[in-house]
Ligand binder design. Structure first.
Ligand code: ADP
Length: 285
């Protein structure tokens, strides 16, 4: 499998500044995030002033100019500072208030635009508000996450897992990960210790649900990252199986966030099938 060279590039290559290229992120050791010197202005936020933003839908929540003005709770605000994020990126300014308001979201944004925080922060905030977790160690051996993040590859899943763990630091929210190409039982045993947010590739997740290792019946948040890439990789059957044919609550009973760099017909179909009264957001230039 691969991208098959069919990646769609709507805004042109490098049209959108990529944070990955500009931000030296200091990886914290295993469980510790150190507070310390600020990153030294490597992010040129001025470069974002001419980034175009298109938003449509009913009752669109206002975008935020700073993280402080979004009520994410003390724990998350501390972790945002620990990550040395000073200002939200354009996708974060718009998406976080939309998700915090409980709305479904279809977001078009490139890799490196800060999508991970855009969906992880409001999801973790929602889980904390609704008293998920702390000690929801499953009585059975079936892992029952409350939030699911689908991502196309092992590499991306691991990256999202690492980022999400930083945001969830000392909140009690447990982040788990499952991907193909590695022993299943080891991942299952980690999930058995409890998982609130599961980051997974589609094939491995279908496998785990069919083997009764994971149940999706408690899912309140579903985020699908890089949806166009997943379709290019041929994952549509697995994605539809997960969202429509296993034990996932229906659209409307869960909150769904769909992220894609492009918005061709097949993604529009997914949006209309998976989302309910959604807000459309496109960030690019
Ligand atoms: P995407 O998911 O859109 O590909 P990421 O969310 O991984 O992009 O972000 C890319 C990089 O930018 C990561 O290293 C992330 O920690 C960093 N980053 C994200 N948001 C901010 C922000 N508001 N301020 C500073 N750095 C950020």
């Amino acid at each position: 499998r691969g991208d098959g060279g069919r990646r769609r590039q709507p805004y042109g290559r490098n049209a959108y500044p990529d944070y990955r290229n500009h931000v030296p992120f200091e990886e914290p050791p295993e469980e510790v995030i150190t507070e310390g010197s600020k990153s030294e202005g490597f992010i040129n936020f001025e470069a974002y002033d001419d980034v175009s933003v298109e938003v449509s839908g009913e009752n669109i929540p206002a975008p935020a100019n700073s993280f402080e003005e979004i009520d994410l709770g003390d724990g998350l605000h501390k972790n945002i500072s620990r990550c040395r994020y000073e200002k939200p990126t354009p996708i974060q300014r718009h998406a976080i208030p939309i998700v915090v308001a409980g709305r479904d979201l279809m977001a078009c944004a490139q890799t490196g635009s800060g999508k991970t925080a855009a969906f992880c922060l409001p999801i973790i905030c929602g889980l904390l508000r609704n008293g998920a977790s702390n000690d929801r160690r499953p009585a059975s051996r079936v892992a029952c996450p409350t939030a699911l993040v689908l991502s196309p590859t092992r590499e991306l899943s691991c990256q999202i897992h690492e980022e999400a763990r930083k945001f969830a630091y000392q909140t009690g929210i447990k982040i788990g990960v499952a991907y193909g190409g590695a022993p299943l039982m080891q991942q299952v045993r980690n999930l058995e210790r409890g998982v609130d947010v599961l980051v997974a590739t589609p094939g491995r997740l279908v496998d785990m649900v069919e083997k009764d290792r994971v149940s999706l019946r408690l899912i309140k948040y579903l985020a699908i990252d890089e949806a166009d890439r997943m379709l290019d990789m041929g994952f549509e059957p697995q994605i539809r199986r997960i969202v429509e044919q296993l034990d996932m609550p229906l659209a409307g009973a869960r909150q769904t966030l769909l992220f894609s760099a492009t918005f061709p017909n097949d993604i529009q179909m997914l949006a209309s099938d998976f989302l309910s009264n959604y807000i459309f957001l496109a960030v690019g230039r």
